[in-house]
Design a protein around this ligand. Sequence first.
Ligand SMILES: [Zn+2]
Length: 79
Amino acid sequence: MPQKGQQLDLTSDDDLAEASRSRVGNRFLGIHFVCCDVYSRVYANREQTAYVGNCPRCAKRVQLKIGSGGTDSRFFKAY
Ligand SMILES: [Zn+2]
């Protein structure tokens, strides 16, 4: 049984996010959605091959591949 009550700064109760975080670290990126000028997070997909998320306002989909460019940046813009 997974143990609850070990959340850090995240308010999400998403078990997938929690599982991926414990396995590979903080697998999310901060994204600035230029389309709506809002900031949000996107999380790694189940295969850990890309960060996938949607704009919280217009639901525009973004996808960023993991490990291809070697960037360590944690912040991106989505146009
Ligand atoms: Zn948008």
